[in-house]
Design a binder for this molecule. Structure first.
Ligand SMILES: [Fe+2]
Length: 479
């Protein structure tokens, strides 16, 4: 049962309705088909994570990244789909539920109360950024802390999990990468402090950390994602540095204490995936990125990586404004391919592949990385994109450099597209799944596209029982 849309101030766009009220959980529910039919051979589970609650007792968080994590699961079997949506019951969330008010600071929000109490306030692990599906558990990820363990079917939260080796101050970031050949899972975490380090983790396929290394950092940068390219990990450390004192003393949130310092350039750091030791490092002209697409080593032995680049850190301000329901700051990401010489970390070449504002690159992992298409969220080239969220998804084919854009329509906001391979096909084939918020109807739907007919209508549209606010990242777990 969907609820009535809240009335919006006239300057707000339709997307703001989806986050105007805290999201409502729903139990495991058979999903109604709005159009088309669920493909009979679509078997497995889609998981998505994002900030579900941005408000308590009329107080709103100050940054979109600080909403309490809520996970959507849609389980597909035998041509049927069941959906469930539950908050990540972190210790902080549970405490704030009982207190009926915010108690903790976050990435961009300060705990209520006088400053002299804030300095010792812990950050709340919002568990809101992404998910990692392991054989026996789902991890809800947040880059400043340990992952939360959830039941794969019911999404019941079972506490934080150290993955065998994390110590108290070692976070596990929200963008782990699975090696397509070995099954190893790579990830990192920034350990802040006077001698900040970039911690590197390699886990087995069950998620158990087998190897850890620490790389010293220059100041405390913001690193959100990295690239796995065959036998290398590549970090592009952007010139964003934390001004630590105001953040530690509680005068400023971490987000507000992050400074754009282009003089540092963007530092490329190439790491050996076997030893987790740094191979090379080099500063290049500054850019900022949240996310990478694919990475691979080409026939010349060079690393090729895809990245959504921003000219500066204004994107952080834009993401802050989303929490307030109105975007005033323009910050467009472009999709680039960069070729890096591994032994020196020098850039051999760089090309802008997509100049349209885009984000959330997602790779077809069942195909050779070199030729696999990349799927993205995209802002179509049209007037009146100001203040809007993404209203299209797209497929980029590297061989032909063809860009196929599927527009969702007016006031419809598709989430990061997730590719799902069709099992048993000789030629790559499959679907793309995206949760779409329809601002006109104030409802959320799950759209299933055929990857070869992306500009056609989705092969199926499913109605979700409640509005699911815009989410960050998701994954597909085959049955
Ligand atoms: Fe992310």
């Amino acid at each position: 049962m969907t609820t009535a849309a809240p009335s919006l101030p006239t300057q707000q766009k339709a997307w703001a309705q989806a986050i105007a009220q805290p999201a409502q959980e729903f139990p495991l529910t058979p999903l109604t088909v709005i159009s088309g039919a669920i493909p009979a051979d679509l078997r497995g589970s889609l998981y998505r994570n994002g900030p579900g609650r941005l408000e308590r007792q009329g107080q709103r968080v100050s940054h979109w990244f600080d909403g309490d994590g809520a996970v959507l699961a849609v389980h597909f079997a035998d041509g049927q789909a069941q959906g469930i949506y539950r908050y990540v019951r972190s210790a902080g969330f549970t405490e704030e539920e009982q207190a009926e008010q915010f108690l903790y600071s976050g990435y961009g929000s300060l705990a209520p109360g006088p400053i002299w109490q804030r300095w010792k306030a812990q950050l709340k692990n919002a568990g809101n950024t992404s998910v990692l599906a392991l054989p026996d558990k789902l991890l809800a990820l947040w880059e400043g802390g340990w992952p939360h363990q959830l039941d794969l079917h019911t999404l019941e939260t079972k506490g934080v999990h150290p993955l065998g080796q994390l110590t108290d101050n070692e976070p596990y970031s929200a963008h782990p990468k699975r090696h397509p050949q070995t099954g190893h899972i790579f990830n990192f975490g920034i350990v802040a402090g006077a001698n900040a380090t970039l911690n590197l983790y390699r886990s087995d396929a069950q998620g158990h950390i087998e190897k850890k290394e620490s790389v010293p950092l220059n100041g405390i940068p913001l690193i959100h994602d990295f690239v796995l390219a065959d036998r290398y990990l590549v970090f592009c450390v952007p010139p964003v540095r934390l001004n630590p004192l105001p953040a530690v003393l509680g005068f400023q949130s971490f987000s507000d204490a992050l400074m754009w310092q282009p003089k540092h350039g963007t530092q490329l750091v190439v790491v050996d995936a076997e030893t987790l030791e740094v191979v090379s490092s080099e500063a290049v002209d500054p850019w900022y990125q949240w996310h990478f697409g694919k990475g691979f080593v080409n026939k010349d032995g060079d690393i090729v990586l895809e990245v959504v680049r921003y000219p500066d850190f204004a994107t952080n301000q834009q993401l802050k404004e989303i929490a307030a329901g109105q975007i005033k700051t323009k910050a467009d990401g472009e999709f680039w391919r960069i070729c890096v010489e591994p032994q020196t970390a020098r850039v051999r070449s760089q090309t802008c592949l997509i100049a349209n504002h885009c984000e959330f690159p997602h790779i077809a992992e069942d195909q050779p990385t070199v030729t696999a298409p990349t799927y993205l969220s995209m802002q179509p080239s049209e007037p009146d994109t100001e203040g809007e969220l993404f209203r299209a998804i797209a497929r980029f084919d590297p061989d032909t450099e063809k860009l196929t854009i599927a527009e969702a329509g007016s006031d419809r906001y598709p989430s990061e597209p997730i590719y799902v391979p069709k099992a048993g096909n000789d030629t790559p084939s499959g679907w793309v799944l995206s949760v779409v918020y329809d601002g006109g109807a104030h409802q959320s739907e799950l759209w299933i596209y055929d990857i070869d007919r992306l500009t056609d209508a989705p092969v199926c549209r499913l109605l979700l029982p409640q509005v699911v606010p815009h989410s960050f990242h998701g994954t597909w777990r085959p049955a």
